[in-house]
Design a protein around this ligand. Structure first.
Ligand code: MN
Ligand code: MN
Length: 467
């Protein structure tokens, strides 16, 4: 760097926006607290790999903390704690504040579904004496990344008689895992000439699930029969029960520290449980908020938020209306006065692929939680674009609470883009802004985040929910 006079340095310090690595900014104590929080986060990640498992985890912990199921019309007072479980796939929790609900709620929204491979309704088949499950991928994935890695299977099967079998296999070290094959390089000449997007095609994502036959000399499909016999013994299901099942194959990897300095975490599904968990933890750490705090941990974001567990449905609106009713208030007025942080991850700058981001306006690892004024693609299409006034308010709130934060946009203009649930919440006439943890290799089977950014997200949500 060229030498500068004291005067230049002085004025630069006064006028320029300063950026500094969290590892320099944070105190030793804060770094210790950050590490401790990230241990909790990793344990959560290993226990919950799907929206159903996350929702069940949250419900268990809420009940333990004195939260009770919300019922319309119930009498509520400051300090009361309620939650709503939407079909086992999404959770809303609310802690009643001291301020009247006419001042709105402080809403934090994150999603607990992640890209994965869903089983089709007729999944089971046998080919050349190998047993398989057919899949249909869920969310935006690079399909080639999902081959040749250990997979686990999670979900539910509703039997013909209405009873439910819960499935979670491949997570325990003693469990078997599942697998999607890829071609050996020696025979991949044709495949290597496919475009990357076609490297592995959707109908090639077939999961190997077994290879031993039902022991008898005569008959066809003996491997399929052998597998069905095992499933019958373990889960009490017949082939028809797959028709009413939701089974999700996800990477069997465990969340683990990454790097000699253990400064990062590798895990499946940081997007968006790396915001969901801190938002949840922030709500539990804020038992006496001024404004009623609401955290919504939703499903179906990765497929566009449609469906009755996604945020394009009315379940959040209905909850806020019912909450208003409890105080004799019009739900519409509650919504119009509310403020929201749409907590979802953003892409971190990747030094190996610098060409997709614009360095002045992207998020960096270890520079804190990332505030994103607008999302969308091609001329901000599909964004809610937070107002300057609201950005100003959030900026003051974060600075006053000494939260380490940055701003960033998802990639260069016209490079691609994407949206979050922010627009659907803003459409309810709620001030909304995107904020979240920067991620590397987003939507890959194993994603990367920096620990200080996870902790900064937790601190940001705490400051917001307490306000
Ligand atoms: Mn997301
Ligand atoms: Mn995503």
């Amino acid at each position: 760097m060229a030498e500068e006079t004291n005067k230049v340095q002085e004025w630069k310090e006064k006028l320029f926006l300063q950026r500094k690595h969290a590892g320099i900014r944070m105190t030793e104590d804060a770094l210790k607290a950050c590490d401790a929080f990230c241990e909790e986060y990793k344990a959560f990640m290993n226990a919950c790999k799907t929206e159903r498992e996350a929702a069940a985890f949250f419900e268990r912990n809420l009940t333990a903390q004195g939260y009770v199921p919300f019922t319309p019309g119930m009498k509520l007072h400051a300090g009361d704690k309620v939650y709503l479980n939407n079909r086992g796939k999404a959770i809303i929790l609310a802690t009643i504040g001291t301020a009247p609900l006419t001042e709105g709620v402080r809403l934090c929204a994150a999603h607990i579904d992640s890209p994965r491979l869903d089983l089709k309704q007729h999944p089971l088949y046998e080919q050349e004496e190998i047993g398989y499950f057919k899949t249909h991928y869920y969310g935006g994935i690079k399909k080639y990344q999902w081959t040749a890695i250990p997979l686990s299977l999670h979900g539910v099967i509703i039997r013909r008689d209405g009873t439910k079998a819960e499935v979670c296999i491949g997570e325990d070290e003693s469990d078997p895992v599942f697998y999607i094959t890829d071609l050996l390089p020696h025979l991949a000449n044709d495949q290597m000439n496919r475009k990357l997007a076609q490297g592995i095609k959707g109908e090639e994502l077939n999961i190997v699930i077994g290879s031993m036959p039902f022991r008898d000399d005569k008959g066809s499909e003996l491997v399929k029969l052998g597998l069905m016999q095992l499933l019958y013994e373990k889960y009490g299901i017949t082939e028809g029960d797959f028709l009413s099942a939701e089974l999700e194959a996800v990477p069997a990897f465990r969340a683990q520290d990454v790097g000699f300095d253990r400064s990062m975490i590798g895990a499946y599904g940081h997007d968006d449980r790396v915001c969901a968990y801190p938002a949840f933890a922030a709500a539990l750490a804020t038992p006496a908020p001024v404004h009623t705090s609401v955290v919504i941990l939703t499903d179906k974001e990765e497929t566009g938020s449609d469906g009755n567990t996604g945020l394009q449905s009315s379940y959040l609106k209905f909850f806020l209306m019912d909450l208003g009713d409890c105080f004799g208030l019009n739900g519409r007025a509650v919504m119009s006065a509310s403020k929201c942080l749409s907590a979802d991850v953003n892409a971190a700058f990747d030094p190996t692929f610098p060409e997709v981001t614009e360095k002045n306006n992207c998020a960096f690892f270890n520079h804190g939680v990332c505030v994103t004024k607008f999302t969308g693609a091609r001329g901000k299409s599909g964004t809610s674009d937070a107002s300057a006034e609201y950005v100003g308010e959030i900026r003051r709130m974060l600075d006053d609470a000494d939260v380490i934060w940055q701003t960033g946009e998802l990639g260069k203009v016209d490079m691609g883009g994407g949206g979050t649930v922010a627009a659907y919440i803003a459409n309810l006439d709620i001030d909304t802004i995107d904020i979240g943890v920067p991620v590397l290799s987003m939507h890959a089977p194993y994603e990367l985040v920096a620990k200080t950014d996870v902790y900064a997200a937790y601190q940001a949500f705490r400051a917001f929910l307490a306000s």
